[in-house]
Design a protein around this ligand. Structure first.
Ligand SMILES: C[S@@+](CC[C@H](N)C(=O)[O-])C[C@H]1O[C@@H](n2cnc3c(N)ncnc32)[C@H](O)[C@@H]1O
Length: 276
């Protein structure tokens, strides 16, 4: 299913930049995460909000039959190009919306993964329902979700970006609610999953970048939709320098590389596992 960015702000946000520029700093963690998923040869895997394949490609490299679905057409194209240049024929990417996976059949995947992807879709109750619908009975859903008010990198970038952006429209449900256990449990139980089949664990992604922390801020400013919007709103208020300084201080303070010539920043997330 394709939608039009001019009428879909969710799609427009992610097509605005080029998430590949950010994803390049997340490849090591994507691969490490996939190695923990118990993927076996021929397993049917769906990656929702897959971006350009940070987790989809490693899953295919382990022999799974992988479909990546993302709302952003530029990232779908980037994923297919990356798969082709890696010589992988068992992974493909197509456009779709996590809130309405109408092109996918019921019970068709052994494993549904969504690392910081489905959390950004509108209508979270529909998202949970759709993830459950396409997973076969006995299959699993694994989500990685950023956590509201967490002190580490991404939660803080999103919090700072929101503070400089115009208020969201009425009725908007924050993506960060996917990092709250009770909310996630309510969504999956409403989709028919028994509560005891839902578990939570804190996990960490590393952002590894060959430049300095302020240079990594530059990548977010130029290519990461939520930060790009925050800079536009800040510029309109004459507060662009303030936002830049705040983010540079955040990235520099969280960098764990001695000397700071390169960047290595851990970010905590909520790993949600649901057995359907
Ligand atoms: C932070 S990126 C993560 C991408 C990828 N999972 C990764 O780990 O690199 C968020 C992704 O979710 C996608 N996304 C946002 N809203 C979506 C929706 N409603 N349906 C499907 N994908 C969506 C974006 O286009 C983007 O690729």
């Amino acid at each position: 299913m394709t939608t039009d960015a001019s009428t879909n702000p969710n799609k427009a946000l992610w097509e605005k930049g080029d998430f590949t520029r950010i994803a390049e700093s997340m490849r090591d963690s994507g691969e490490a995460l996939v190695a923990t998923l118990g993927i076996t040869e021929g397993a049917k895997v769906l990656d929702v909000g897959c971006g350009d394949g940070t987790t989809a490609l490693p899953a295919a490299q382990l022999g799974a039959d992988v479909l990546g679905v993302d709302i952003a057409s530029n990232l779908v194209a980037a994923g297919n190009a990356r798969a082709q240049s890696a010589g992988l024929t068992n992974v493909r990417f197509q456009e779709g919306d996590a809130s309405d996976l109408r092109d996918l059949e019921d019970d068709s995947f052994d494993l549904v993964v969504s690392m910081f992807g489905a959390m950004f879709a509108p209508r979270p109750l529909d998202v949970a329902k759709e993830l459950v619908r396409v997973t076969r009975p006995g299959g699993r859903i694994v989500m990685g979700n950023w956590i509201p008010n967490d002190p580490t990198l991404v939660a803080q970038i999103l919090k700072t970006s929101a503070a400089y952006s115009p208020p969201p429209p009425e009725g908007f449900v924050s993506p960060m609610t996917w990092g709250v256990e009770d909310e996630v449990t309510a969504r999956f139980t409403a989709a028919g999953v028994p509560e005891e089949n839902i578990s939570f664990e804190l996990d960490t992604y590393m952002f590894n970048f060959a430049g300095t922390p302020p240079e990594l801020v530059g990548e977010f400013k130029a290519y990461y939709g939520p930060t790009m919007n925050a800079f536009e709103a800040a510029a309109a208020d004459g507060r662009e320098d303030e936002l830049l300084a705040e983010l540079e201080e955040l990235f520099t303070a969280q960098n764990t590389t001695p000397g700071g010539d390169t960047t290595s920043i851990p970010a905590t997330f909520m790993r949600v596992t649901v057995t359907v």
